[in-house]
Design a protein around this ligand. Structure first.
Ligand code: FAD
Length: 398
């Protein structure tokens, strides 16, 4: 198992750290440690400018191939980048859906025209994306999507009708990738298409959903004769499932590395709070902190174990990587519970009505979602059982 990085990788680490140290200053200093889970609504305009500053330094899309404008970083270097990013307290990324999901999918499955049209805006941090997968009747059972796409040959456009839900950051996004049924008679994963849609158009309405944190990170999105051009379907009509699953491989793989590297900062804040209010002297709290620390180390060693093995030719992580999402999401949910217990009675109080949450209160509320989005814990266990351990498939409805 690989336990350390090469000399060249360590040089890369210094380059990242130096750049962040120099640039996370002036107008960007206020963004330190902001914009993470439960704080997604903070400083959206400033964080967009930060995204563009990263782009100027060549620090967006570091894992994309150089041929598509990325840095072509190895997975090891991506880990290093995200580690240093977290260590510097650099803010939560506003462009992560484009960089981590839309971009890699367009690179893997898109046409040269789609790549030329859509990748530059993601690289430059000027165009933000959201994910139009889930619907009221299609979450874990994603193949049940009902949104329809009809081709209008006179206008040479696709016309989309239907509803998406839980669409993170739709209210700030310029584009949405949408799964919709190109064959209205089809069921399940057949007859789907994967569309690249402009958000600002008369046929799309975004309605925010208020979360228990009081903020609205996600939305309902309604498509009422919304359109995209004939060339904005990725893959062939009817082949959308293959593209959609390719994207989920990115979602469950390297794209979450950045988020995990923030965990150490959150654990540090929990420990600081415990030391300040005396909770660190309670044996049960001490034990839970020690456990959280140990499990975070396990998470890191597992990352290194995965890195030591062969990654997929598409950059996705292989079999050992399947436990990643289940492990980090469950760990993070426990960290939220520890955080609120460390706050003691203070944690039960709101500083001002309504919803002036502290960071640790927001963390506690937000982490409830980690074991749901990107594939719930139950679905992750199915994936581990069926793909990782080759156990019999669970019965599917016919
Ligand atoms: C914070 C957040 C952000 C999100 N952002 C987006 C986004 O940007 N775009 C988007 O498209 N979606 C987004 N989602 C939606 C997310 O992908 C879905 O919530 C998720 O896929 C689960 O679907 P569901 O909510 O419909 O629950 P359901 O699928 O109805 O599941 C309900 C319960 O049943 C369990 N269950 C379902 N099927 C099985 C099974 N076969 N075996 C065992 N147990 C099962 C689930 O684990 C869960 O506990 C987001 C969700 C959250 C919480």
């Amino acid at each position: 198992m690989k336990l350390s990085f090469s000399v060249e990788d360590e040089r890369f680490r210094r380059e990242v750290a130096d750049w962040l140290d120099t640039n996370l200053s002036g107008e960007f200093a206020q963004l330190k440690f902001r914009g993470g889970p439960g704080d997604e609504h903070s400083f959206p305009a400033e964080r967009l400018r930060w995204e563009q500053r990263l782009a100027e330094g060549g620090w967006t899309c570091v894992g994309w191939p150089a041929a598509h404008g990325g840095r072509g970083c190895s997975i090891e270097q991506q880990v290093i980048f995200f580690e240093e990013y977290a260590r510097a307290g650099a803010p939560g990324r506003v462009g992560h859906i484009g960089e981590g999901l839309a971009g890699p999918t367009i690179i893997a499955f898109g046409t040269p025209e789609q790549q030329a049209r859509y990748l530059p805006g993601i690289l430059a941090g000027t165009e933000l994306w959201c994910q139009g997968y889930s619907e009221p009747g299609a979450g874990s059972d994603l193949a049940n999507v009902k949104t329809k796409a009809r081709f209008d040959s006179e206008r040479n456009q696709w016309v989309i009708n239907g509803q998406k839900v839980w669409t993170s950051l739709a209210h700030e996004s310029d584009y949405c990738f949408v799964i919709a049924r190109t064959d209205p008679e089809s069921v399940g994963h057949k007859g789907l298409g994967f569309f690249l849609m402009k958000m600002e158009q008369p046929g799309i309405e975004v309605r925010p959903i208020q979360q228990i944190t009081g903020t609205s990170e996600f939305n309902e999105v309604f498509f009422d004769d919304a359109v995209c051009d004939a060339g904005d379907i990725v893959g062939a009509p009817g082949d959308g499932w293959k593209v959609a699953m390719g994207l989920l491989g990115f979602e469950r793989g390297v794209s979450t590395l950045g988020q995990q590297m923030q965990f150490q900062n959150e654990l540090d804040e929990v420990i600081r709070t415990a030391k300040a209010n005396g909770k660190d002297r309670e044996p049960m709290i001490r034990q839970r902190i020690a456990q959280a620390h140990a499990e975070l180390k396990i998470m890191r060693y597992n990352s290194l174990r995965v890195l030591s093995g062969q990654s997929g030719s598409d950059g996705s992580l292989q079999r050992e990587g399947l436990i990643y999402k289940l492990f980090w999401a469950t760990w993070h949910r426990s960290l939220g519970e520890l955080a609120i217990d460390v706050c003691g009675q203070q944690g039960q109080l709101l500083a001002a009505a309504p919803y002036e949450l502290t960071r640790l209160q927001a963390l506690f509320l937000y982490v409830r979602s980690d074991t749901i989005y990107g594939g719930s814990n139950q679905i992750q266990r199915n994936i581990i059982a069926e793909r990782g351990l080759e156990m019999p498939r669970e019965p599917r409805p016919s």
